[in-house]
Design a protein. Structure first.
Length: 206
């Protein structure tokens, strides 16, 4: 599978172009047939295009092939509230409300040391995001946040001062009333390095 833009002219063997048409995944559903389990992943985490396409596939699996369960990886207390919303058992009117227990989402960085991203009122009125170093706000063009069915944050490597192949070590924390409610990972950090400019091309090369 590959996502192409008009005029891109890129196509790798074993892939198919996605145009946004309703029949984009007809071939995939034919291959799935009567299989009972389908595992959906993505080449990167937190990328809107991947989540959008995965949601399209999931919808078709349910509506056309009769799938009745979707299993996700999440912490149980908050996932339980969301699960009740999905099953129509909660009073939450929408997904934003189902995620409203938290008033702040924080990304703390061990590398680069002293940096953090704070997303206030995620999904609510007055939602705002800022990058800080040593507690002081930084000018960060390209810093963006969005929340609907998922939460997404775009944090420019340049704003963090991280060079290509430089380390990025971070954790994600959700807070309520200034108190930490949960952290991922529970211990340590998620570690990565800043990719090169041709990272996306390499990831799609199959």
């Amino acid at each position: 599978m590959t996502v192409t833009s008009p005029g891109a002219g890129l196509r790798w063997p074993g892939t198919m172009p996605l145009t946004g048409a309703a029949g984009d995944y007809d071939g995939l559903l034919d291959r799935i047939g009567d299989r009972r389990f389908v595992l959906l992943g993505e080449a990167t985490h937190g990328t809107h295009d991947f989540y959008r396409e995965r949601a399209r596939i999931t919808r078709r699996l349910i509506e056309e092939l009769g799938f009745t369960a979707v299993a996700v990886e999440a912490d149980w207390p908050d996932a339980y509230r969301v699960n009740r919303f999905v099953l129509g058992l909660s009073a939450d009117p929408d997904a934003r409300a189902a995620l409203a227990d938290f008033d702040q989402l924080r990304i703390g960085f061990a590398e680069p040391a002293g940096c953090e991203v704070l997303l206030d009122n995620p999904g609510g009125a007055g939602e705002s995001v800022q990058l800080l170093r040593g507690g002081s706000p930084l000018d960060a063009p390209g810093l963006e946040a969005g929340i609907d069915q998922i939460a997404e944050l775009a944090v420019p490597f340049d704003a963090l001062g991280v060079a290509v192949d430089g380390p990025v070590h971070f954790f994600v924390e959700v807070l309520e009333g200034g108190q930490s409610r949960d952290r991922a990972p529970r211990e340590g950090t998620i570690n990565l390095t800043r990719p090169s400019p041709d990272f996306e091309r390499i990831m799609w090369d199959v």
